[in-house]
Design a binder for this molecule. Sequence first.
Ligand code: TNX
Length: 543
Amino acid sequence: LHPCKLLLVLVLGLTSCLAQGQRANSIIPKPQQVTVLKGQPVKLSAKSIVYYEAPFERQAVYLQDQLKSQTGLQLNISKLSNAKNLPKGIVLKYDTVAANRPEMYVLKSGNGTVTLRAQDKNGIVYGVQTLLQLLPLEQSRTLSVEPVTIKDYPRFAYRGMHLDVSRHIFPLEFIKKYIDYLAFHKFNNFHWHLTDDQGWRIEIKSYPKLNSIGSWRNATLIGHFKDQPARYDSTRYGGFYTQDEIREIIAYADQRGINIIPEIDIPGHSRATIAAYPEFSTKPDTTWNVATTWGMYNRQNNVLAPRPETFKFLKTLFEEVADLFPSPYIHIGGDECSKMWWKASPQAQEFIKSHNLKDEKGLQTYFIEQVSDYLAAKDKKVIGWHEILEGDLDTTAIVMNWADNKTGADAALRGHYVIMTPGKPMYFDHYQSQDPNDSLAIHGYNPVDAVYNFNPMPDELQGKPAARYILGAQANVWTEYMGSPAKVEYMVLPRMTALSEALWSAPEAKNYNDFKRRLEQNLIPRYKFWGANYFHDYSRWTI
Ligand code: TNX
């Protein structure tokens, strides 16, 4: 070999090695264990095949689609036969990788094969996400995967993102894109906030006026700049997702390892319901409009009355919802229920007395327990916002805590499973910059580093048995000031990327500066590739 050629080979070899090492080092969320091996990279070309074992066929299709869109390479898929030697290509293998470690995967590349081993669909989906991050983000006819072993599993069992589609509704295609973002970041729950004072967004066949009336309001947001109050005109705004569309979304999410938790918010936040059916309100003879402004709607009636026909409605409604969603959990709201309407209603007062309830808080508890019973008969567990603990709740409801960590710790000490969503820093409708020209948001400042450094485990529970009740955490995306998919993307990226690591990675492995490096090298190019409108105030997070 001519010395010049040798030098060229060395330099090229070195640069490709560096590029490869960087990929394994730039994965988000940071895996539990990465070992870069010696040896040849695995080469993939159009002739390579994605082999799968029976439970993972739909994930093989998912990997095939993702590879095609990221690199242009179209691989065939094929069921793995009982061959002793693993074939060349990519293999999705069903394997009990570790007892008591749901969602774990092991990715191994070497000797011509990339294997992903997992004992459940979610493990395979996460292995796919990691594999995609080991591959270049460019069109290419051949690919090489550096030789590595990655053993990986999540720190918390519940990793969620929420989206409010009542205040603003988004096209079905965007809901899918949002689910893709969740899948990429190894989240496993999508909390779909489907009803609120400002509009009812799920088709309900047994009570059709929820859609013909409750899904529409006469107010459209027309201006939302920080230096001006929000402005509306009175054009009709609204819509809802049909049950067929919802089934399509459920299947799409399921393929990606994501459970969808629907929320039907009761007994407060029910203005759209009583607009459609005033007979469920404390003033059945009044006509209500679907709310046209934001905020706690308390001074204007938005609560359900404890009438027999209301409970009949709730039973039928929640049974219909339970039949539609395979989720083992249904969210029934329970937040911010104003008691003044029950105080002012002779009928509600009479109900409190005749049912031996202590007061209005007891009545709220009664609503939650009734619906919990209807859902228990359908084998569903209830999730509610932490206000459900105001009365003496006598159920095993899971508490979604939007107050501080201490409130979450108290709920865990009372024996409830808890999902942490404290407003600071889990509300992504808050500002992420202090730029006076930023787009309108609310309630102060939740920058990306606060999200990254959030620890869902309250200090009060460290080392205590009740720590096991903390299931994980979730960010909430209330959309009062998010009138378009682009605004939602702007509010969630990169904060959801930061959250993914706070939920997945070992706390001792977290490092904000290193996160920023990986964000820049690995994620920003992906945001661009996805066509996402991310927040890019470089002063906040650029190295
Ligand atoms: C409170 S937190 C709400 C939502 C609003 C949000 C705005 C909670 C369960 N309810 O109805 O959209 O504040 O930040």
